[in-house]
Design a protein around this ligand. Sequence first.
Ligand code: GLN
Length: 207
Amino acid sequence: MPTPRTATDDQPLVGVLALQGDVHEHLVVLDRVGARARRVRRTEHLDGLDGIILPGGESTTIGKLLHRFGMLDPLRFAVAGGLPAFGTCAGMILLSDELDQSEPQHLVGGLGVRTRRNAFGRQVDSFDTAVDVAGIDGGPMDASFIRAPKVVEVLDEAVEVLATVDDDPVVVRQGPVMASAFHPEVTGDDRLHTLFVSGIRSGRPAS
Ligand code: GLN
């Protein structure tokens, strides 16, 4: 079982789930925002973490690998037990409690939302846009959407919608669990990571 987080020191230890996807980009941003970063490839790498990032990539593949390596339940328990988690794109899909699809897929859960994969339409599989995020100062974020998911329904009233694109939620948070449909780790705009890490530092979700 993962040990409980301490979440008080200035340089929290943040894991990046490193089974598939854009792991390196998150490690670099974590370093820039003053966190210690650890690649998480096995269950024991969850021990002692103050938070975890689930990167973009391919959510079906990451889910299958989590299952195959026996990490799915430990990660579910850790997140359900209050480990702060931040998912980007595929990571948002994995943190969703439900998916808007009939095919089953392994999920970690933690966010009371229903999410649809690859939901922004064929002609705009990938696009960049400016997104205003509640709680983030200094103007809109540069947001890179790459075959991005969409939250199609908020299932839990504890979910805060921090940003939308065309009325669709693209940044959501429920307690210490946060997710963005876009990739903040590829644009050089570190403010969402800073928000996540400052929430860990203060021992509660940043607001
Ligand atoms: N479309 C991918 C999925 O369904 C997510 C894409 C991404 O993370 N950029 O998992």
